[in-house]
Ligand binder design. Structure first.
Ligand SMILES: [Zn+2]
Length: 247
């Protein structure tokens, strides 16, 4: 229905009718009829959103502890661009950085945010989270999820929250963002295999969820919610996945 109207609108302003190519951007959001329950039906490429068995987010209940290496994070501070992509704010950095896991080194690609946080730990819900997306040399994805409670102002995100890009497609450049200072002192984490939490819900994503939450102020959270009142996918079944705790 939406595409149909868009076609008429573009035709009316002289750009000609729109043909829905297979690669066309599929409209999705967090509200029915194009919300999480319908993502899998919106496009063939989104089929895993409803048919997948290793989907994220989950309610984390560690079922095994593992002697895994400590998270080796390396994100040099520097300039960053914050883009409003219609679903969240997406942050890219000039200096990139990386994380080394048992599976190898994964380069930082982008960070974005969700409210409320998507992952839960033993049923505990958090109001906000940051997802740091990484990719290794052969394309394997690894995401680090940081959880935040409401409390003290988040200093690392202060410059970001104080000049938000307000419309889809807008972006803001930050002089200096220090991703490393977003992390808690103790890097204990839960890890499991899951998926992207947005279409196309691709599986085979290695998740690392830090146990110790940080904080954002109520004012910072409100500023984000003004742009994105709710951008969290509901909890998905864990099924028979191993959820390891490293700490
Ligand atoms: Zn995310």
């Amino acid at each position: 229905m939406k595409l149909h109207y868009l076609g008429i609108a573009l035709f009316a302003i002289g750009l000609g009718p729109v043909t829905a190519a297979p690669t066309s951007h599929t409209h999705w959001n967090y509200l029915s009829p194009t919300g999480p329950d319908e993502w899998g039906d919106l496009h063939d490429e989104h089929a895993l959103c409803s048919a997948g068995t290793q989907q994220s987010p989950i309610n984390i209940k560690a079922n095994t502890s593992a002697a895994l290496p400590a998270l080796a994070i390396h994100y040099p501070a520097g300039p960053a661009v914050v883009k409003h992509n219609g679903h969240s704010l997406e942050v890219t950095t000039e200096s990139k950085g990386d994380v080394t896991l048992a599976s190898g080194t994964h380069d930082f690609v982008q960070m974005h945010f969700h409210t409320p946080a998507e992952m839960q730990i033993d049923g505990r819900k958090y109001p906000f989270s940051a997802h740091l997306v990484h990719r290794d040399a052969v394309g394997n994805l690894a995401v680090i999820a940081l959880l935040f409670d409401v409390g003290a102002k988040n200093k690392a995100l202060d410059s970001l929250f104080s000049s938000l890009p307000r419309r889809e497609g807008d972006s803001v450049t930050l002089n200096n963002l220090d991703l490393q200072s977003l992390f808690p002192e103790k890097l204990d984490y839960f890890t499991f295999m899951g998926s992207l939490t947005t279409p196309p819900c691709t599986e085979g994503v290695r998740w690392q969820v830090l146990k110790v939450p940080g904080t954002v102020s109520q004012q910072q959270l409100n500023a984000f919610k003004q742009l994105f009142p709710m951008n969290a996918r509901p909890i998905q079944p864990t099924n028979d996945r191993m959820v390891k705790f490293a700490g």
